[in-house]
Write a protein that binds this ligand. Structure first.
Ligand code: NAP
Ligand code: HSE
Length: 434
């Protein structure tokens, strides 16, 4: 809409998707319609909801709004199209078609944004419409707007967070109740937490998509999911959990995006976090994201990262922003990738490590192990011996080292005849109390 167009007396909103999130968007829009009218300035009318299967019961969505013709909904010329169907296709084509028809788009689709956000930004720019996606990362938690707008005048150096509620639930139960991986997987499944493809959660891919979106906004550099190092929680054992507890740490699946002198590194992996670090107290299915910026310092965002209503809250916040822009003739922020920093591989990442070794209990063991670390440039911070005789175990915590040096150290340790087995290796993140 150009600034010279007459101000609309109402705004039309169409939905692509009427599942977990879409149903809640409809409920909130309908229940609080007079509030939304007051907040936006004109009434908001829901014009259609596209779904795949019209025969499914959908309590809360008026049947007169339902259709299985998603393309017709996308190209209906609604002021705002809300995409909550998920996946890459047909979501991408439908969003592009909606923008070409002049609609602003609000989406919760982390997978699409992390794979091909550039196409969506480009179409939004070309057709002069908005692209908002607060719900795509960390559900209800305001994080995209702070990164895109509130911190636009600062230099973000690091973003570290728990952005997958399912795996945080599983790790919390393993830590607090001594449950094993298989047991907590079944429990998460029974509670409906797992994605329809559970490897997206436990393999770290859901968190990796969110990390890519965060990193692109934080560092003004294009980052896709293929740039993110990704390791899930499937290898976390009760032995690791116990070792972390004994050292005063807790294991979390972290998404870390950091800017170094050489470029940007984005990674998702389990890590040991000191028990007095703010992220350690994030329990069960909650999410939290810790941001460090040059002038603002450290800040943490905490809340519900998933679920219909929390996610719909973020969608509706975006909807109000896009609606206000329609009325004022303004436009929300576009793509900001002007810095175009190099995106580095995991080998460049510098972290501390925990290494758990099953060793022979005989003279000279410690010396041979210390040499393997030293020869590969990895400095040892703490060594702790566990057990006696044949059961001897050695836990080593290192100072910061590159991922590459640590890998070489593990290779060297595996070849020593004093090391029977490498029982566990995990990164250690966060300063105590920081
Ligand atoms: P969902 O429950 O599976 O709902 C998807 C909806 O889209 C369903 O109504 C489905 O129709 C419809 N749909 C799918 N493909 C379609 C097609 N080709 N044509 C027409 N309709 C189609 O998914 P959700 O949990 O609401 O998630 C929606 C989006 O929000 C995803 O991008 C997801 O990643 C994101 N998100 C979800 C959460 C969460 O907690 N659920 C949190 C943050 C972000 P049918 O009902 O007929 O199958
Ligand atoms: N599977 C995701 C999670 C849903 O557990 O956090 C929200 O994106």
């Amino acid at each position: 809409m150009s600034a010279a167009s007459p101000t609309p007396t109402s705004l039309r909103v169409a939905l692509l998707g009427g599942g977990t999130v879409g149903t809640e968007v409809v409920r909130l829009l309908t229940a609080d319609s007079s509030d939304f009218s007051a907040r936006v300035g004109v009434p908001i009318q829901l014009s259609a909801v596209a779904v795949r299967d019209l025969s499914k019961p959908r309590p809360g969505i008026p049947s007169s709004l339902l259709t299985d013709d998603a393309l017709a909904v996308a190209t209906s010329g609604a002021d705002i199209v809300v995409e909550v169907m998920g996946g890459i296709e047909p979501a991408r084509s439908l969003i592009l078609a909606a923008m070409a028809a002049g609609s602003s788009v609000v989406t919760a689709n982390k997978a699409l944004l992390a794979e091909d956000g550039a196409s969506l930004y480009e179409a939004a720019r070309k057709f002069g419409v908005d692209l908002y996606f607060e719900a795509a990362v960390a559900g209800a938690i305001p994080l995209i707007r702070p990164l895109r707008e509130s911190l636009a005048g600062d230099q973000v150096s690091k973003v570290m967070g728990i952005v997958n509620g399912t795996t945080n639930f599983m790790l919390t139960r393993m830590d607090e109740d001594g449950a094993d991986y298989a047991e907590v997987f079944d429990e998460a499944n029974a509670l409906g937490y797992l994605e329809s493809d559970p490897t997206l959660d436990v393999g770290g891919h859901d968190a990796a998509a969110k990390a890519a979106i965060i990193a692109e906004l934080a560092f003004h550099t294009r980052v896709t999911i293929d740039d993110v190092y990704c390791e899930g929680i499937t290898q976390v054992t009760s032995t690791d959990i116990k070792a972390a507890q004994d050292m005063g740490f807790v294991i979390k699946l972290l998404a870390v995006a950091e800017r170094t002198d050489a470029g940007v590194i984005v990674r998702v992996h389990p890590a040991m976090v000191p028990r007095d670090h703010p992220l350690a107290s994030v329990r069960l299915s909650f999410n939290a994201v810790f941001i460090e910026a040059e002038s603002a310092g450290q800040m943490m965002f905490y809340g519900r990262g998933a679920g219909g209503a929390p996610t719909a809250s973020a969608v509706l916040g975006d909807l109000v922003a896009a609606a206000r822009n329609r009325l004022s003739g303004g436009q929300g922020p576009g793509e900001s990738t002007y810095l175009d920093l190099p995106v580095l591989g995991i080998g460049e990442a510098q972290t501390r490590y925990y290494v758990n070794l099953d060793v022979a209990d005989k003279p000279g063991v410690l010396a041979s192990i210390a040499s393997a670390f030293a020869e590969n440039g990895v400095s040892i911070q703490v060594v702790r011996q566990d057990g006696h005789g044949d059961e001897a175990g050695l836990i080593v915590r290192t100072h910061k080292a590159s991922d590459q040096s640590l890998r070489q150290t593990i290779d060297a340790l595996s070849k020593l005849d004093t090391v029977r087995r490498v029982l566990g290796v995990m990164r250690v993140e966060g300063e105590p109390g920081a």
